[in-house]
Ligand binder design. Structure first.
Ligand SMILES: Cc1cc2nc3c(=O)[nH]c(=O)nc-3n(C[C@H](O)[C@H](O)[C@H](O)COP(=O)(O)OP(=O)(O)OC[C@H]3O[C@@H](n4cnc5c(N)ncnc54)[C@H](O)[C@@H]3O)c2cc1C
Ligand SMILES: NC(=O)c1ccc[n+]([C@@H]2O[C@H](COP(=O)([O-])OP(=O)(O)OC[C@H]3O[C@@H](n4cnc5c(N)ncnc54)[C@H](OP(=O)(O)O)[C@@H]3O)[C@@H](O)[C@H]2O)c1
Length: 497
């Protein structure tokens, strides 16, 4: 590869951790004339911005997909334009609750050039400050365009008609001083999506739930709007879900809610024992809500009456309302399959060589974003030592991945740790990115050090509820500042991310 570079301008959507490292990787190539990071919030930080005041009302219809919940806005016909401020819910507030601490050891959550100030697990303001600082550290803060939402992404044929495309972005900035929205367009040679996937909450469809929500407004919420156990004092609370949010919320509500706190679980999580922690009672999946008397029925035939609050900790779905499928010739995301359309290596797109995405897979977070960002920056700088495989091979990869994940009942973009899949994935970026130039242009993919691997495999935030072999090196249970050192586990070590 090498040689002339046609890509001069690059846009990034989102200034969370993925956008921060993407901006730094692009800058390090020293080849792009114009880099912009569009961020709808007032600062960088992404998921880690803490929104203390949120309306705890239910935000989504049970069973609804993001296309329905988070549709595109109507764009003014003539741009630039100034309009009344948008009032449609855009899900830009974050799900961070007051007591939340990180659950990935900081050595793996830090980018390779600077560590978190402390760890292994830190309160939520630490990653937030870290991300904001990261922009300053690399002097990429000047790339930030804040309070600005990318509302439309449309493909344009390149004027030289050489087969390449440019991306036209329709942008909306909220001017708080005048209380208006300002709309305009900008065009870029390449685009990187770093818009996260934990914004639009999802609630499963359950018989009677929609009517129940109408009949008992405020009774059903999603963990996205949970902030503190204090407002649930003496409430009879039912938690749905058994992953990180379900665990944290049920455990901390024991301090204020009426006991027991009920937790409806569909599957086991590796850190739990054979019985629930004190103050929590496990229930199976809900089979039906009875709006007439407020009763909640479970699959085992049991029921609960007089529940004050039901908190759905059932996660989120990716949403790309800005993607103009009509103009771009294909959708970006397949809701039914839960995967990117015609993608490669969870990062590249078969149909668009000047489009990339950072941060989508459920895998190591910040550190893996770094590998993705370096690979994309190198590719767009046209300095990658080996080319991406031909489209036919990329599609063969996607087909094989679909088959494998279907067979193993996994999601397409969930990359496991225990079986070496993560290493193979990162290795692919290392091969594609190479070393940068002798004179120092371009970042180098960082090593996956023994220290980091040990931390990932052995430092655990969640204290196991039962005795399943989690002991420290001396065979003793370690219980230090609320986190533990573990030796063995039942499910993929990063399965909770
Ligand atoms: C409650 C919770 C706790 C978590 N805890 C951990 C943890 O302990 N450890 C860990 O490693 N990971 C954790 N995660 C995962 C976390 O999401 C990642 O660590 C990481 O912060 C994701 O970064 P990101 O940049 O990909 O996405 P985000 O942080 O979501 O950033 C995306 C940014 O894009 C912006 N954006 C979106 N759409 C647009 C648009 N159209 N125009 C302009 N801007 C847009 C958003 O406002 C946001 O700032 C947690 C997630 C949640 C929800
Ligand atoms: N730092 C922290 O401490 C912290 C805290 C909270 C969240 N997070 C992060 O935030 C992200 C989202 O986590 P999350 O816990 O909100 O969501 P999640 O990991 O997607 O988990 C969703 C949970 O809902 C369950 N579920 C789905 N439908 C259900 C149904 N009909 N009945 C019962 N259960 C149902 C799932 O069960 P199945 O497993 O059977 O699908 C799963 O337990 C993750 O990256 C997580 O690590 C981190």
């Amino acid at each position: 590869m090498g040689g002339g570079n046609k890509i001069k301008s690059v846009a990034v959507i989102g200034a969370g951790a993925a956008g921060a490292v993407t901006a730094a990787a692009l800058k390090a190539e020293e080849v792009f004339d114009y880099i912009r990071v569009f961020e709808r919030r007032e600062s960088a930080g992404g998921t880690w911005i803490y929104d203390a005041a949120v309306q705890p009302n239910i935000l989504v219809r049970p069973g609804a997909l993001p296309a329905e919940t988070d549709p595109p806005l109507e764009i003014p016909q003539h741009l630039p334009a100034i309009t009344q401020p948008n009032e449609q819910e855009r899900f830009s507030k974050t799900p961070i609750y007051s007591s939340l601490t990180t659950n990935v050891p900081e050595i793996a959550m830090s980018f390779s050039d600077i560590r978190f100030p402390y760890g292994p697990f830190a309160p939520h303001h630490i990653p937030r400050q870290y991300i904001e600082n990261y922009f300053a550290l690399h002097k990429t803060d000047s790339f930030l365009v804040l309070n600005t939402t990318v509302e439309d992404v449309s493909k344009l044929n390149h004027p030289s008609n050489d087969g390449s495309t440019q991306w036209k972005l329709t942008l909306r900035k909220h001017d708080a001083l005048r209380n208006v929205d300002i709309w305009w367009e900008e065009t870029f040679d390449a685009l990187i999506l770093a818009n996260g996937h934990y914004s639009v909450p999802t609630i499963p469809q359950v018989k009677g739930l929609e009517e129940y929500i109408q009949k008992y407004p405020g009774r059903i919420i999603h963990s996205k709007t949970y902030r503190s156990p204090s407002i649930y004092k003496n409430n009879r609370v039912l938690i749905i879900g058994n992953s990180a949010s379900g665990t944290d919320l049920s455990r901390e509500l024991v301090s204020t809610a009426q006991l027991p706190v009920y937790q409806s679980r569909r599957s086991k999580i590796w850190w739990e024992g054979d019985s629930p922690p004190a103050g929590i009672e496990w229930k199976p999946v809900i089979s039906e809500y009875l709006p007439n008397n407020g009763r909640i029925l479970f699959e085992d035939g049991t029921y609960l009456d007089d529940i004050d609050t039901v908190i759905y900790c059932t996660g989120y779905k990716p949403s790309y309302p800005f993607w103009n499928a009509k103009k771009n010739g294909q959708p970006l995301w397949d809701d039914r399959k839960g995967q990117l359309v015609k993608s490669y290596w969870h990062t590249f797109f078969q149909e668009y060589s000047n489009l990339g995405i950072v941060g989508l897979p459920r895998v190591l977070t910040f550190r893996s974003f770094e590998y993705q960002a370096i690979a994309l920056a190198r590719l767009f700088a046209n300095r990658n030592p080996v080319p991406l495989p031909p489209v036919s091979e990329q599609q063969a990869w996607a087909d094989a991945r679909e088959e494998l994940t279907r067979r193993e009942h996994r999601k397409f973009h969930d990359i496991s740790w225990d079986d070496g899949e993560t290493r193979e994935w990162l290795q692919g970026f290392l091969k594609l990115s190479g070393l940068g130039t002798l004179t120092g242009q371009g970042r180098i993919p960082p090593p996956l050090t023994k220290e980091m691997i040990w931390a990932i495999e052995n430092l655990k935030k969640y204290k196991p509820g039962g005795d399943d072999g989690r002991k420290d090196a001396d065979g003793q249970r370690a219980d230090n500042h609320g986190w533990v050192v573990v030796e063995s586990r039942k499910r993929d070590v990063l399965g909770f991310i």
